[in-house]
Design a binder for this molecule. Structure first.
Ligand code: ADP
Ligand code: MG
Length: 697
């Protein structure tokens, strides 16, 4: 029998074939089920009227009633706008239309009572509402009082009369039929425990709630359910893996002890010690390790990686480290080589530009086991790269790799998979980590080595450039080096390069006697390396660059990071860039340069950077400002195609949903119990859906 929810949308009364095509194309709505789950993104609160004197700029949408005292067209012919002054007993507010002003002009009648709905904005010292909804007051709109759903639509749909109101109408046709047929998807014990609304009620109320409270409860239920199923599927994957994938047991510590006793270059921080313990526990457990190691820039992940490799090598296996770019792989190689040499271990670097003759030797020594550690780019994934026995695979900056690539690295060994450690310097807020990496265990280095001087971050406006320049001169006179970074505008690489080149010229003019380097993404690898090396060796004092230097570059003598047009960067990126300095003993500085015009978000970003060096705090702010879809690297995950939950805001619900999922699996790992039947059924029916869940394992 055809499932009601699979019915094609064209068969809904009021849709038909032509509108169906539009709904398919523009909103991805193909079936009744899709429409029911096309949730409004907000509701207009028509339950309440405010007086004009109550209105203020920080209010969301509000409803007013009043009469138009006066109206007029203003501005030059091509930028005509209509201004109308709405009054009630308490005051006056300006309504303004920039678009469709002529049309509104015909509609407006002075003296008539209107119901007006919109968002008040403070403009200078005056309040106005731009493009309000306005209707002549009637019995119905004055008294009815309801929460009206607002659906997002597209310009094309609006032109074809499928605006938000039209979609609401379709929902009103469909929902009464749909609600009767909706099956409950959460077991009763969970619904009781978390006081969740029933599924069918929540679907009805999420569209047409009676009160803000019912709306909130309906949303809570649906968010909970959505996050619950994300979590239970991730946790099931993890369980399945523990079951399926036995791990090599690494329990010999001689090499490790030798390194600790003879070559440890500094006292490890407590956080480093803790994560090494967590990892070592995994490596001895007999199960395959899949662990995420998070640590802010400069927190000392390299030595942790090396120590883990020692554990693997001490048990006659090999270690590999894969990084997303050649520059980063090369730096890792040098970092690890320093330790490897002391221990008499053989290490090699394999990237796209490794010479053929060298490659051959590397391939050979890998197979014989004479090579202990291989560092490289995704060149490591090539078929021809075969290990004798890969024990530990480390993947750095995971967000730049597809998750599929991560699993290809595992398959380097026949039979038993190597242990996998994913390292990232992009702090991920807990809520997001639990979803993105719900199948991984997480270790966090949340402490910087002692004696590090915190980077001083300063915000300066363009107008203060001369001051900034003289500061740069002082620092160079002290023997330091400086980065100057220009933003990357993705839409226009040409413009991008132009910004950089203009910048380079003005830097050259301002510092005629200072040797400069330049680095950008359009340069050939050799040219990049040549420039980078000159800077590393101290031959050049200023590095003018785009964000290519963002990842991994390590020049301890560079102590000043200047970021031009800082307002154009995201927080995660600003933080990464800042992490390029503060790597040596000197006091380091990060100077954020912007012009005076800043958006609200832009201002918050710069203030956050000035206030804190803590990557997790920054990541949290970033998540709240931008939402998870924009956070670095999360787009590709597919996990985040959430219909209603918002990881930036729903951290608490996520936490509860995860707890619930854990408790269920703890009690009934294979979901055999009768009471969990609807969970099992739901997971099975979700498997048929578009998201390929194996991608994220
Ligand atoms: P990241 O986590 O960014 O990869 P690195 O591993 O490159 O950090 O470490 C940054 C710097 O700090 C390196 O110069 C490293 O030698 C040093 N370092 C790491 N751990 C410690 C420690 N416990 N005490 C002192 N210095 C340390
Ligand atoms: Mg590093």
């Amino acid at each position: 029998m055809q499932n009601f929810f699979d019915t094609k949308i064209e068969f809904l009364k009021g849709v038909g074939p032509q509108k169906a095509v539009l709904l398919n194309k523009e909103l991805g709505i193909f079936t009744f089920g899709d429409l029911v789950q096309y949730y409004p993104f907000r509701h207009e609160d028509r339950t309440k009227f405010h007086t004009i004197s109550e209105a203020n700029g920080s209010m969301p949408y509000i409803q007013l009633k009043g009469r138009i005292r006066h109206y007029e067209m203003q501005g030059p012919p091509r930028k005509r706008r209509l201004k109308a002054y709405l009054v009630d007993e308490t005051g006056e507010i300006e309504l303004v239309w920039f678009q469709g002003a002529q049309w509104m002009l015909k509609k407006i009648q002075p003296g008539v009572e209107y119901v007006v709905y919109g968002k008040p904005n403070l403009f200078g010292s005056k309040l106005n509402i731009a493009h309000p909804e306005i209707e002549i007051a009637s019995q119905q709109n004055l008294e009815a009082g309801y929460l009206q759903p607002v659906y997002s639509t597209t310009e094309l749909l609006k032109r074809k009369y499928l605006d938000s109101k039209a979609i609401a109408k379709l929902q009103r046709v469909l929902l009464p039929e749909a609600v009767k047929r909706i099956k409950e998807t959460l077991p009763v014990q969970i619904r009781e425990r978390y006081s969740l609304m029933d599924k069918n009620e929540s679907i009805a109320y999420v569209h047409f709630p009676e009160t803000p409270e019912t709306l909130q409860r309906a949303q809570f239920r649906l968010k909970f359910e959505e996050l619950f199923y994300v979590q239970i599927r991730l946790l099931k994957l993890k369980l399945a893996r523990i079951d399926k994938f036995k791990g090599m047991v690494f329990n010999k510590a001689e090499l490790l002890n030798k390194f600790y006793n003879e070559h440890l270059p500094f006292e490890l921080t407590n956080a480093q010690k803790r994560v090494i313990k967590e990892i070592y526990r995994d490596l001895r457990s007999g199960n395959q390790m899949n662990r995420l190691l998070q640590g802010d820039v400069g927190s000392g992940k390299t030595i942790v990686a090396f120590i883990c490799m020692l554990i693997a090598i001490g048990c006659d296996t090999q270690g590999a480290l894969m990084a997303p770019t050649e520059i980063l792989a090369t730096q890792h190689y040098h970092g690890l080589k320093e330790f490897a040499d002391k221990m008499g271990l053989r290490i090699a670097l394999l990237t796209g530009s490794t010479k053929k003759s060298e490659r051959k030797i590397i391939h050979e020594y890998l197979r014989t086991g004479e090579l202990h550690i291989l560092v490289g780019t995704h060149a490591l994934l090539e078929e021809i790269v075969q290990f004798k026995n890969l024990g530990l695979a480390i993947v750095d900056e995971q967000h730049r790799f597809g998750v599929a690539q991560r699993s290809r690295l595992w398959q380097k060994n026949e039979g038993i998979f190597p242990h996998v450690l994913v390292m990232t310097a992009t702090p991920i807020p807990r809520t997001l980590a639990m979803t993105l990496y719900g199948d991984l265990d997480i270790s966090t280095i949340d402490e910087l080595p002692a004696g590090r001087k915190p980077i001083k971050t300063i915000h300066r406006y363009d107008a203060n450039r001369l001051k900034v320049n003289s500061f740069i001169k002082e620092q160079i006179a002290l023997g330091r080096q400086v980065y100057i970074v220009y933003p990357l505008i993705e839409e226009s690489e040409k413009l991008d390069l132009k910004d950089l080149m203009d910048g380079y010229e003005s830097v050259a003019r301002a510092f005629p006697d200072v040797p400069l380097s330049i680095l950008h993404g359009k340069m050939k690898t050799e040219a990049k390396e040549y420039e980078m090396n000159r800077f590393v060796k101290g031959e050049t004092k200023i590095m003018v660059a785009t964000t290519v230097i963002e990842v991994g570059v390590n020049v301890p003598n560079a102590s000043v990071m200047i970021i031009e047009n800082a307002e154009r960067f995201g927080l995660a990126q600003l933080h990464q860039l800042r992490g390029r300095v503060g790597r040596g003993a000197d006091q380091s500085y990060c100077i954020l340069i912007s012009n005076y015009k800043l958006s609200q978000d832009g201002r918050v970003r710069l203030e956050t950077m000035v206030r804190t060096n803590n990557g997790f705090e920054i990541a949290d702010t970033d998540l709240q400002l931008r939402g998870p879809g924009d956070l670095m690297g999360t787009q590709q995950s597919g996990v985040l195609d959430l219909l209603i939950a918002d990881l930036g805001k729903d951290g608490k619900i996520l936490q509860a949903a995860r707890e619930a999922a854990l408790a269920i699996l703890d009690d009934d790992p294979t979901l055999q119990k009768e009471e969990n039947a609807n969970i099992k059924y739901q997971i099975a029916s979700m498997k048929k859906s578009a998201i390929n869940w194996s991608r994220i394992s």
